[in-house]
Design a protein around this ligand. Structure first.
Ligand code: GLU
Length: 289
């Protein structure tokens, strides 16, 4: 099978040094294996995504010397695929509508409860306390979020021993899913967001990686904790699991990971200052192309 990976930015800002590292690493790995790196624009959040950022992303990546097969996949053009994955999970009885606001969740988590400590932090923030769990999909109202019932999902895959292979140096090896960690550390995640009215990242990424024929997901180690959830969704949807390579993150001089707001480290800023692509690669510790 041909090695195929992807770089999947959201057009919510300019790419910075951390993106340059991730994209070049994925591209280098693909080329070294005679494979390819696909590009995917994660633009389901219409309120935050801007066409000018997408144009800038393509321009910066080309300037870095990267190439990818056309057409570029845009998530906003595949909403029906995400809806159908969500329908499958619902048909399995694994979803419920949630009307909690962020404020409701905060209040539920801070209500004094016997034996309760600090809430666990999952891939999307504090683990959902389960207020709406048990509501039926027939009660879903426009504007509700749709959540995964993690307990039911785990019961359904029990015995199937899902897991994934990590090839990156930070966590290399075979990782079996840990049901307890998923239950208490990840919990009932949102599969469809109330604010954008379509699939949340975790569901979209699983559908996209299969549709794009990705064999190895190369991405930042900040998403390593979300990978068991992605593998669980693949298992529930009877989709293949790719292998993974999570890389370290580029940090600023204070050890903080770079953010999109951090314009000082935007690729286009270095470009404007006359830095060459090879010099930029060197700054993030990559050899010349
Ligand atoms: N869109 C995500 C990001 O910009 C990447 C997700 C992924 O690689 O799975 O962080």
């Amino acid at each position: 099978m041909m090695f195929r990976t992807r770089f999947a930015p959201s057009p919510t800002g300019y790419l910075h040094l951390g993106h340059a590292y991730s994209a070049c690493l994925a591209h280098d790995m693909a080329k070294a294996q005679g494979g390819e790196m696909l590009l995917r624009i994660e633009d389901t959040d219409a309120g935050r995504c801007r066409p000018e950022y997408e144009t800038a992303i393509l321009e910066d990546l080309r300037w870095l010397g990267l190439d990818w097969p056309e057409p570029v996949r845009r998530q906003s053009e595949h909403l029906a695929s995400y809806a159908s994955a969500l329908d499958k999970l619902s048909a399995l009885g694994l979803t419920y509508p949630c009307r909690c606001t962020r404020g409701d969740i905060r209040a539920a988590l801070s209500a004094p409860q016997e034996g309760a400590g600090t809430p666990d932090i999952g891939p999307d923030g504090p683990v959902y306390p389960g207020t709406c769990r048990g509501r039926s999909m027939a009660e879903a109202q426009p504007g509700n979020a749709i959540r995964l019932d993690m307990g039911r999902a785990l019961a359904l895959v029990a015995g199937r021993a899902p897991g994934f292979t990590e090839n990156g140096p930070l966590h290399a090896g075979r990782h079996a899913l840990d049901p307890q960690a998923l239950l208490t550390g990840t919990g009932d995640v949102v599969l469809a967001r109330r604010d954008i009215g379509t699939a949340a990242y975790h569901l979209a990424v699983v559908v996209d990686d299969v549709d794009q024929g990705i064999t190895e997901v190369v991405r930042g180690v900040d998403l390593f904790a979300a990978t068991p959830l992605h593998v669980l969704l693949q298992t529930l949807l009877e989709l293949p699991t790719p292998s993974y390579w999570h890389h370290d993150l580029i940090r600023d001089e204070n050890g903080k990971r770079l953010a999109k707001r951090d314009d000082a480290r935007a690729i286009r800023r270095y470009r404007a200052e006359g830095v060459s692509p090879a010099e930029l690669r060197e700054m993030v510790g990559l050899p010349p192309p």
